[in-house]
Design a protein around this ligand. Structure first.
Ligand SMILES: Cc1cc2nc3c(=O)[nH]c(=O)nc-3n(C[C@H](O)[C@H](O)[C@H](O)COP(=O)(O)O)c2cc1C
Length: 332
């Protein structure tokens, strides 16, 4: 068993949180992860209030373990969806991409814990000042929307150094036990994993996206704002989205200022591409860790495999690489 401040805080068997992924993580995925001993998160922002209530009920029908609801907090529907999460007394709420302050206050008044996903040390400091119970540090390699500042490897210890005692989970680039073991060694209290769970049986991503995560390697995912500019998506300007590279992105990168001029025709092309399942133009949200994903699995099995591999590495690898004896400090 791996025990950290996050397993203690949220009553988990394993330090794994499935990321809230709008359009991908509904109640079925959250329930499967929580039932397996992790913390399953519903990605709320695509739902109506009634749909979100139904997804919350779905989790509770399947498991009595803790779970959470996560928001794209910059989206205009956050207030009404937060009301649903609070009314249903969900155990955990997560925010990202906007100032979470008043939402944290509203949740903590009724005993709900809040995790804030941040993309910089400065945002982590502000989230702690606003009352966050835990921080998810999101590196640039993360799938879906993320920042342009830095990778998970340097950002996690930098945030830990900056914020002190608040539990930190690492988000971005973790898809197997090697990644979980690595971030625990950085001092993180767990892994917040998205891409690996896109390719799970319970995710609500379409079949094409799930298979794309399996089929495409670590080199093929890029951070872009092209689709967000075209669709007027509700994200701050310093947030992009990591998606599967394609000829459409290659054609428009560097010409972002001209997108508005061609908006109608480009949106039509994207719509046609979606209808025909054309990977040359549609968006597949996932990160570089797709290169570590080789099959679509039940989410509970993903949790079990990642934990078993991390435990095995943490038991065996340090003793295999530390050589006992005097360090050689002589200079040649
Ligand atoms: C398909 C997809 C959808 C996502 N949707 C959201 C979302 O709705 N809210 C959010 O805060 N983060 C979202 N993210 C980002 C995740 O929370 C997380 O930071 C990321 O998946 C971690 O990196 P990884 O994909 O390498 O595991 C999404 C990621 C993916 C892959």
């Amino acid at each position: 068993m791996l025990r950290t401040r996050v397993t203690e805080m949220f009553g988990l068997d394993h330090p794994i949180i499935s990321a809230p992924m709008a359009g991908t993580s509904g109640g079925a995925l959250a329930a499967a992860v929580s039932a397996a001993g992790g913390l399953g998160m519903i990605g709320a922002s695509v739902y109506s209030p009634e749909q979100l209530a139904a997804e919350i009920r779905l989790v509770r029908d399947h498991t009595d373990r803790n779970f959470g609801v996560g928001f794209i907090t910059s989206a205009p529907n956050t207030d009404e969806l937060m009301d649903v999460a609070i009314e249903h007394q969900v155990p955990v709420i997560a925010h990202a991409f906007a100032d979470p302050g008043r939402h944290i206050a509203a949740a903590s008044q009724v005993g709900i814990k809040t995790i804030v996903q941040v993309q910089s040390v400065e945002l982590a400091r502000r989230a702690v000042a606003a009352g966050a119970d835990a921080i998810a540090v999101q590196g640039i390699e993360a799938g879906g929307h993320t920042g342009y500042v830095g990778g998970t490897l340097p950002m996690v210890p930098a945030v830990i150094d900056a914020i002190g005692d608040i539990p930190v989970v690492a988000a971005g680039g973790i898809a197997d036990g090697r990644g979980l073991a690595a971030v625990l060694m950085l001092g993180a209290d767990g892994a917040w994993m998205g891409t690996r769970f896109v390719a799970s049986e319970e995710s609500t991503s379409n079949a094409l996206s799930k298979q794309a995560v399996v089929d495409h390697g670590a080199d093929e995912w890029v951070l872009t704002r092209i689709y967000d500019i075209l669709t007027h998506a509700p994200f701050p300007d310093d947030i992009g989205e990591r998606i599967l590279n394609n000829p459409f992105i290659e054609a428009w990168t560097g010409f972002e200022n001209e997108l508005d001029e061609h908006r109608t025709e480009l949106l039509q092309q994207i719509q046609q591409g979606s209808e025909s399942g054309d990977l040359d133009i549609i968006r597949v949200l996932a990160g570089n860790s797709a290169g570590l994903v080789h099959e679509i699995l039940p989410a509970g099995e993903i949790v079990r495999r990642v934990v078993a591999e991390a435990e095995m590495i943490l038991r065996s690898r340090p003793s295999g690489i530390i050589i006992e004896g005097e360090a050689d400090t002589s200079v040649a």
